[in-house]
Design a protein around this ligand. Structure first.
Ligand SMILES: O=C(O)CCC(=O)C(=O)O
Length: 279
């Protein structure tokens, strides 16, 4: 079902830095997306292209890390059909007051039983290569989530805290809350409220690029799989001097303009959407 935010949801986002939207994927789409995890992490890409980042491969990855692919949309058309949706761009732009939204990158996340945390972080800490340095994320679960099964967790209201540097250890940290606690101290917050997202498969959570979030160990018996669309303003450009080691590869030498082949515009308030998306 297309995301169509209510006034209550917009107000919840402004207050909390995240908002839950149910029934964003139907059962067939969930099943189709789940079926792509094994082939993707085994290196079978239906477009023939590798994703931009890939931390775990079947047969060679550490068994206990959360498995993550970045820019699965370039490798897989089922992932692309989800993360490049127009309504995701519209909702992200609407919540941030942007004139439109383009994809910055996606994540395909696979947390089988026994896998370790992703450290709590702010997404904007990793966006210095973008001007303005602002992200807005639509996280979608493909499984019913449980608090003990490594679901995503948010620190309520932390989108109002200052921007912190990238965290010390992103994958499998011993203390996933360590950097967040320091940031809470800087923000003058003694007792940060952590909200564990327990929802049905197909539910999305939209979060602000400064909202602290992460996930802990999967101590249950089922996997937790998610597909995540990270958006930025349709007006975003490359920063003229800060280099992102992976994504600044897509910057032309003589321009800060973002090429729609790599950063397509999902939705713009004037009706524009990158033409090849619906071809
Ligand atoms: O799903 C998770 O464990 C964390 C996802 C995340 O960091 C994100 O969506 O920005």
């Amino acid at each position: 079902m297309a995301i169509d935010l209510t006034q209550e949801q917009i107000a919840a986002f402004a207050r909390d830095g995240f908002v839950i939207v149910e029934n964003v994927l139907d059962a067939d789409t969930i099943a189709a997306a789940r079926a792509r995890f094994e082939p993707l992490f085994a290196g079978e890409f239906d477009t023939g292209l590798q994703p931009d980042e890939w931390n775990w491969r079947t047969g060679s990855g550490r068994p206990d890390v959360t498995r993550q692919i970045c820019n699965g949309w370039k490798a897989d058309s089922t992932v692309a059909a989800i993360v490049l949706r127009e309504d995701i761009g519209r909702a992200c732009a609407q919540l941030r007051g942007w004139p439109g939204a383009r994809i910055n990158q996606d994540n395909v996340l696979w947390k089988p039983p026994g896998t370790k945390p992703l450290g709590f972080h702010q997404d904007d800490s990793y966006q210095e290569w973008v001007e303005p340095c602002e992200m807005m994320t639509c996280w979608i679960t493909l499984d019913d989530t449980r608090a003990d099964q490594g679901t995503i967790e948010y620190v309520r209201g932390s989108h109002l805290w200052p921007l912190s540097p990238p965290i010390g250890e992103f994958h499998a940290p011993d203390d996933p809350l360590a950097d967040m606690r320091v940031a809470a101290g800087h923000a003058g917050v003694d007792d940060p409220e952590i909200v564990s997202i327990v929802v049905k498969a197909g539910t999305a959570v939209l979060h602000h690029g400064r909202t602290w979030h992460g996930s802990r160990d999967n101590r249950g018996e089922n996997p937790r799989r998610s597909i995540v669309a990270h958006c930025m303003s349709s007006e975003a450009r490359f920063h003229d001097s800060h280099v992102g080691p992976i994504y600044s590869r897509y910057k032309r030498r003589d321009s800060t303009e973002m090429d729609e082949s790599f950063f397509p515009v999902l939705w713009r308030q004037d009706g524009y959407r990158t033409r090849w998306l619906d071809a």
